[in-house]
Design a protein around this ligand. Structure first.
Ligand SMILES: Cc1cc2nc3c(=O)[nH]c(=O)nc-3n(C[C@H](O)[C@H](O)[C@H](O)COP(=O)(O)OP(=O)(O)OC[C@H]3O[C@@H](n4cnc5c(N)ncnc54)[C@H](O)[C@@H]3O)c2cc1C
Ligand SMILES: Cc1cc2nc3c(=O)[nH]c(=O)nc-3n(C[C@H](O)[C@H](O)[C@H](O)COP(=O)(O)O)c2cc1C
Length: 752
C-alpha cells in the first residue's frame, strides 16, 4: 500500500511501524511539522491494560517503552492540610519525548519514510495513494478541510489549564487543591522519569483572569505558579516547554473516514487529560486500523469502516468517563471545603465511574475500611442508631433517618406504575408486587404514582387514593410490609395533568385512549403529542380543587399507615408541567419567571405538609432537566429544592426529563446522579438518586462520595425483587431473613 500520514505523534508513528512490520513492501511516509526532538509537553501515562495491547501489537516497542518507565501505584490527594492516599492503582509514565523517540527509531528501522519539518498546508495533493491518514492532532487540518465529510464537533470546555514540568519527585499520582484570593487552583502531577514530573495547573476562567494570567507571558505564568505552589514544589522549579494556557476541546466526529481519508488519535476524538488516556487511545486506534487493513486486503473503504466500528464504542465509553471527570474538575468549587476529607477523596476517585467502591476495596482494602468506618460513624450520628465500626457495614447497609422514619438501609424501590388497578383500587397484584420487594430487603418501598383523583390518572389502570376504599386497599399492603419486613413504605401522590387519559404503557406510552377519554387539565393548553388531547388551562377554582384532592389523599395516606409521602413534581405530570417553561405559558402569577412557575406546586406542597403528620417525612420527585434547550435546568432544580426545603421538604428525589416527547436525554450508567449531587450540595438538602443504577458497587460509591443519601432502583427491582438480599450476600453482609425463611441462614446459593 501507498500510505501518507500527516502527523508524527503517537498515533501516526505507531500506525506507520505496525503497517511496515506486517508488510515491508508498504510505502509509508510520515510528514511532521516539528523536528524529532522538539515536542511539546512532558509525561504520558499508561495503564497495565494498554501496555498489554502494545505488547501484543509490537513487542519491540513495548520492551523499549517499559524499559523507560516510572511506575507508581498510589494516588495522593492533598486536601485541607491532609494527604489522603489510595494505593493499588498501577500506573506507568514516561516522557512524551522519549516515547516519540522510541517510536521514531522503530519506524525508521522498519523503513518508514519519516519527514520532519514538513508543515502540511494543502491536503489534496496527498490524496493520491491508497490511504491518507490524518494523525495531525486535536487541531487537525485534514478534519477542518473535510468538515462536511467528518462532521466534527468541538466542545470547548470553560476551564483554563497549562501543562508544565518540574524537577520535584512525586511518589504518587498527586492532586493539589489550593484556594487563593483569585479562586481555586487544581494541580494534576506525576513523575515520568528519574528527574522530572508533569505539573498541570488548572483553574476556572474567572480565577485565571482575576490573577492576570490572560495576558501573562510564559515566564510570568511560571513565576505566578511557583509562588502559589511554593510549598508543594518544595524548593523545586517549574519548567517550561512552549507552555500556553489553553482550554480543552472535546473533539468528536460523526464519521472517522470518507473515501480513502481517515482520522486517528486526537484528530478523531479527544479525552480530557484528567483521565490520562489520549495517548492510549491514539495507540489503540493505530492497532485497530492496522488490523482492519490486514483483514480486508485491497478494500480500504471496508477496512476503514471496520476500524471505526471496532473503535467507536470504546472511544465513546472513554469519552463519557472523561466528560464526567472533566466536569468534576470544572465543579470542584462545589466540593472543596464542603466535603469532609475522606468524602472528597472518594468523590475525586470515583468521579469518572471507572473506579467504584468495589474496585477501590480490591486495590486498597485499608483505605476503603477507613472510608466505611467514617461513613458508618456519620450514619450513626445522623440516625441516632448504633452502627458497628469494626468492621463497618457496607455503606448501603447503614441507617438513615427522615423525621421519625428510620430506614434500615439506603436502597429504595422506585415508584413504578403497574397499570393494574380498576378505578384506582390497588389489588392482589400490588400486594404481591410491593410485598415481595419489601421481603427483598430494600429499606424503603415506594408505591407507584398514585393519583389524587379519578381524572388525574394517567390511564384507566392507574392506582389512586381518592376514595376511602382505596385507603383500606392500601392499608392491607402497608400492614403487610410493616409486619413482614423491616422496610418502610411511602406513597407517591400525583396528578397526571396533560399526560392523563392515555393508554397503559404497553398499549402505547402516553398515547391517547382510543375511546373513553376524559377531559384533561394543565397549566396551559398545550397537548403532549400533536395528536394528543388538548388540555384545558386550569383556572383558580380548579387549582383549589386539585390542591384539596392532594390534601384528601394525604389524609387517606395517613389513615392507610404510610410512612412517607412523595409528591410527584417530575416527568411532565401536572405539577411538573407548572415548573417547566416548555409546558407552562401562563401570563398570570403562575407562569413566566421560575418563582411564578413554582408558586402553585409549592402551594400544593404546603397544603399537604400541613395535613400530613409532622413526625412523618415528605419527599418530592423532580425532573432536574427537561433535556431541552429553553427548558427547565439543573440550576432551576436547585432553586426549587431550596424553596421546598424552606417549606419543610425532607429529601428531594432527583429524576429527569419526560416533560416533552422530543427531549434529548444523555443516557448512561448513573446518568441522573450528577443532578442529585448538585442539588444535594447547592441546596444543602438530602437527595435520592435514580436512573440506571444497578450494581451495589455503584450504590456504595454514590453514598461515600456524597452524591446522594439514598439510591433508588426501578428496573433492577422489577428484575430482581431480592436485589438488596443479593447485594448483601455478595458483600458478605448478614441481612436477617424473615422467620419463615430462617432456613436460608445456612444456605449457599449456587447458580452454575
Ligand atoms: C495537558 C495535557 C496532558 C496530557 N496528558 C496525557 C497523559 O498523561 N497521558 C496520555 O496518554 N495523553 C495525555 N495527553 C493527550 C495526548 O497528548 C494526546 O492525546 C496524544 O498525543 C494524541 O496523539 P496523536 O498522535 O493523535 O496527536 P498528537 O500527539 O497531537 O500528534 C499530532 C502531530 O501532528 C503534527 N501536526 C499537526 N498538524 C500538522 C500539519 N499540518 N503538518 C504536519 N504536522 C502536523 C503535530 O506537530 C504533532 O506532532 C495530554 C494532553 C494534554 C493537552
Ligand atoms: C415500569 C415502570 C413504571 C414507572 N412508573 C413510575 C412512576 O409511577 N412514578 C415515577 O416517578 N417514575 C416511574 N418510573 C420511573 C422509575 O421510577 C425510574 O425513575 C426510572 O425507571 C429510572 O430508574 P431505573 O434506571 O432504575 O429503571 C417507572 C419506570 C418503570 C420502568
Amino acid at each position: 500500500m501507498d500510505i501518507t500520514i500527516i502527523g508524527g505523534g503517537p498515533a501516526g508513528l505507531f500506525f506507520s511501524l505496525l503497517m511496515k512490520r506486517r508488510d515491508p513492501a508498504h510505502r509509508i511516509a510520515v510528514l511532521e511539522r516539528n523536528g524529532p526532538d522538539d515536542t511539546f509537553g512532558w509525561g504520558v501515562v499508561f495503564s497495565d491494560e494498554t501496555l498489554n495491547n502494545i505488547a501484543a501489537a509490537d513487542p519491540e516497542s513495548y520492551a523499549e517503552i517499559t524499559h523507560s518507565f516510572a511506575h507508581w501505584d498510589a494516588i495522593d490527594i492533598h486536601y485541607q492540610g491532609e494527604v489522603l492516599t489510595s494505593r493499588g492503582h498501577g500506573f506507568s509514565g514516561l516522557s512524551r519525548k522519549r516515547l516519540l523517540n522510541i517510536l521514531q527509531r522503530r519506524a525508521q528501522a522498519l523503513g518508514v519514510d519519516l519527514r520532519f519539518h514538513q508543515e502540511v498546508s494543502d491536503v489534496e495533493p496527498l490524496r493520491r495513494g491508497d490511504l491518507l491518514l490524518a494523525a495531525d492532532g486535536a487541531n487537525s487540518l485534514v478534519r477542518g478541510r473535510h468538515a462536511e465529510a467528518f462532521r466534527p464537533t468541538l466542545d470547548w470546555r470553560p476551564n483554563k489549564f497549562i501543562w508544565l514540568g518540574t524537577t520535584r519527585r512525586f511518589d504518587a499520582f498527586t492532586f493539589f487543591f489550593k484556594r487563593d484570593a483569585h479562586g481555586l487552583w487544581r494541580v494534576h502531577a506525576y513523575q515520568f522519569d528519574a528527574g522530572h514530573g508533569t505539573f498541570i495547573v488548572e483553574t476556572t476562567e474567572a480565577a485565571w483572569r482575576s490573577a492576570g494570567l490572560a495576558n501573562a507571558s510564559e515566564d510570568d505564568t511560571i513565576a505566578f505558579c511557583e509562588a502559589l505552589f511554593a510549598e508543594e514544589l518544595q524548593g523545586h522549579k517549574l519548567l517550561k516547554s512552549r507552555a500556553l494556557w489553553r482550554s480543552f476541546p472535546t473533539v468528536r466526529n460523526e464519521r472517522w473516514s470518507f473515501d480513502r481519508v481517515a482520522l486517528i488519535g486526537d484528530a478523531a476524538h479527544t479525552a480530557h487529560f484528567s483521565v490520562g488516556s489520549g495517548t492510549k487511545l491514539a495507540m489503540e486506534d493505530a492497532i485497530a486500523l492496522a488490523d482492519a487493513l490486514a483483514r480486508a486486503p485491497g478494500d480500504v473503504p471496508a477496512a476503514l469502516a471496520a476500524y471505526e466500528a471496532a473503535r467507536r464504542p470504546e472511544v465513546e465509553a472513554l469519552q463519557r468517563a472523561a466528560q464526567a471527570s472533566l466536569q468534576w474538575f470544572e465543579e470542584t468549587e462545589r466540593y472543596f471545603g464542603t466535603l469532609e476529607p475522606l468524602e472528597f477523596a472518594a468523590s475525586l476517585l470515583t468521579r469518572s465511574l471507572r473506579i467504584t467502591h468495589a474496585n477501590l476495596k480490591q486495590r486498597d482494602p485499608d483505605f476503603v475500611a477507613r472510608l466505611d468506618r467514617w461513613f458508618a460513624a456519620k450514619a450513626a450520628n445522623q440516625s441516632g442508631v448504633n452502627v458497628p465500626a469494626e468492621p463497618a457495614p457496607p455503606p448501603m447497609f447503614t441507617p438513615f433517618r427522615l423525621r421519625d422514619m428510620l430506614l434500615a438501609n439506603r436502597v429504595v424501590v422506585s415508584p413504578m406504575c403497574q397499570y393494574s388497578a380498576e378505578d384506582g383500587m390497588p389489588d392482589d397484584w400490588h400486594f404481591v408486587h410491593l410485598g415481595s420487594r419489601a421481603v427483598g430487603g430494600a429499606g424503603l418501598i415506594m408505591t407507584e404514582m398514585t393519583d389524587v383523583s379519578r381524572d388525574g390518572r394517567i390511564s384507566p389502570g392507574c392506582a389512586g387514593l381518592y376514595k376511602s376504599e382505596h385507603a383500606a386497599g392500601w392499608q392491607r399492603i402497608v400492614d403487610f410490609v410493616h409486619r413482614a419486613s423491616g422496610a418502610k413504605i411511602g406513597i407517591q401522590l400525583a396528578h397526571a395533568g396533560r399526560k392523563a387519559s392515555t393508554r397503559r404503557s404497553w398499549e402505547g406510552d402516553s398515547e391517547p385512549l382510543p375511546q373513553g377519554n376524559w377531559p384533561i387539565i394543565a397549566p396551559s393548553p398545550i397537548p403532549y403529542f400533536p395528536h394528543s388531547q388538548v388540555p384545558r388551562a386550569m383556572d383558580r377554582a380548579e387549582m383549589d380543587r386539585v390542591r384539596e384532592d392532594f390534601v384528601r389523599a394525604a389524609r387517606l395516606a395517613d389513615e392507610a399507615g404510610f410512612d412517607m409521602i412523595e409528591l410527584h413534581f417530575a416527568h411532565g405530570y401536572l405539577l411538573a408541567s407548572f415548573l417547566s417553561p416548555l409546558t407552562n405559558r401562563r401570563a398570570d402569577e403562575y407562569g413566566g419567571s421560575l418563582a411564578n412557575r413554582m408558586r402553585y406546586p409549592l402551594e400544593v406542597f404546603a397544603a399537604v405538609r400541613a395535613a400530613w403528620p409532622a413526625q412523618k417525612p415528605m419527599s418530592v420527585r423532580i425532573s432536574a432537566t427537561d433535556w431541552m434547550p429553553d427548558g427547565f435546568t439543573p440550576a432551576d432544580a436547585v432553586a426549587v429544592a431550596l424553596a421546598l426545603k424552606a417549606a419543610g421538604c425532607d429529601i428531594i428525589d432527583v429524576s429527569a426529563g419526560q416533560t416533552v416527547p422530543d427531549q434529548r436525554p444523555v443516557y448512561g450508567r448513573l446518568f441522573q446522579t450528577p443532578f442529585a449531587d448538585r442539588v444535594r450540595h447547592e441546596a444543602a438538602i438530602p437527595t435520592m438518586t435514580v436512573g440506571n443504577i444497578s450494581s451495589y458497587a455503584d450504590v456504595n460509591s454514590i453514598l461515600v462520595a456524597g452524591r446522594a443519601d439514598l439510591c433508588v432502583l426501578a428496573r433492577a427491582h422489577l428484575y430482581d425483587p431480592y436485589w438488596t438480599r443479593h447485594a448483601a450476600y455478595e458483600q458478605g453482609y448478614a441481612l436477617p431473613w424473615p422467620d419463615p425463611y430462617g432456613a436460608l441462614a445456612r444456605y449457599t446459593p449456587r447458580f452454575t
